[in-house]
Design a protein around this ligand. Structure first.
Ligand code: 6CM
Length: 265
């Protein structure tokens, strides 16, 4: 009984910040940079990206990929959102305090490790079960970083032209990990690599800008291995429904949350 109580306490109490020289540091830095380059890569050429959902300026593309009979289709989505900054977008995507407000597939979410406060966390999430597949959980690190230096080097832009000058770039990168050890219970564990990149354009001087002068270009990429049997047609129809729902809901949520707040560049 005491063991169970200790486990519950471990998940609920504020967690200590671990050393900067964390075991995952190298992987986090490398994956973040690699995902950043991948996110800003064009959608043409030999990639074979097919458009599967569109709503206003939001466009979602996928590549059909099966690994050992499991649907693992990579997804790339682009969107343009007015009145918010890349940093604000990334903050709301990263922050555990607000996740239940926009992430509708969640049953539970816990921060199981703080690698660096407000910058790198490890999450354990249990997602809602979708019949007839087994319930899924995910254990992943999530890292938020300003990417301006790297961004200036890349001239490649996705999506429609946006007015103003590129002023700031932020991203969040999420990737599955296997520590700390969290039992899977009745769930199947998914393996994910996800990133959200935001690039803010400002018309005029950013120092005196009002929200109507801001536009943020968003690129969201996701690659999920379902970790065990799930019927391909069910999975593809869930993704087709859930990804556009997520991106529309999330961007609207950030707009609503920020409209009366000072701009966070
Ligand atoms: O990127 C998204 N969310 C992040 C924060 O939660 C994070 C999470 C990814 C978890 C992906 C696991 C998906 C397993 C879902 C099972 C199906 C659930 C259907 C629920 C029906 C009500 O990167 C947004 C992820 C959007 C996924 C569609």
């Amino acid at each position: 009984k005491r063991q169970i109580r200790n486990k519950v306490r471990l998940l609920q109490d504020p967690l200590p910040e671990t050393a900067k020289s964390h075991l995952l540091s190298k992987e986090i830095e490398e994956t973040t940079n690699e995902q950043f380059r991948y996110a800003l890569m064009g959608l043409g050429g030999e990639g074979g990206w097919q458009l599967f959902a569109e709503d206003g300026l939001m466009k979602m593309y996928k590549r059909e990929l099966e690994v050992d009979g499991l649907v693992c289709d990579p997804l790339k989505a682009v969107h343009v959102v007015k009145g918010v900054t890349a940093r604000e977008m990334c903050y709301y995507f990263f922050a555990p305090e607000v996740r239940y407000e926009w992430e509708t597939t969640l049953e539970s979410m816990n921060v199981v490790e703080v690698i660096e406060k407000d910058k790198t966390l490890v999450f354990h999430q249990i997602h809602k079960r979708v019949w007839p597949a087994a319930q899924r959980d995910a254990l992943f690190w999530s890292h938020m970083e300003q990417m301006d230096k790297e961004c200036k080097a890349s001239g490649d832009q996705l999506g429609p032209p946006v007015s103003g000058d590129l002023c700031s770039t932020w991203m969040v990168c999420n990737k599955s990990c296997d520590t700390p050890e969290i039992p899977v219970g009745r769930c199947l564990r998914v393996f994910l690599t996800v990133c959200l990149v935001g690039q803010t354009y400002v018309v005029g001087d950013p120092k005196s800008a009002t929200r109507d002068k801001l536009t943020t270009r968003i690129t969201y990429c996701s690659s999920i291995n379902p970790g065990g049997w799930a019927p391909a047609s069910v999975l593809r129809s869930i993704y087709k429904r859930e990804y556009p729902k997520f991106l529309k809901r999330f961007t609207l949520y950030v707009k609503e949350q920020t409209e009366n707040k000072p701009i966070l560049f």
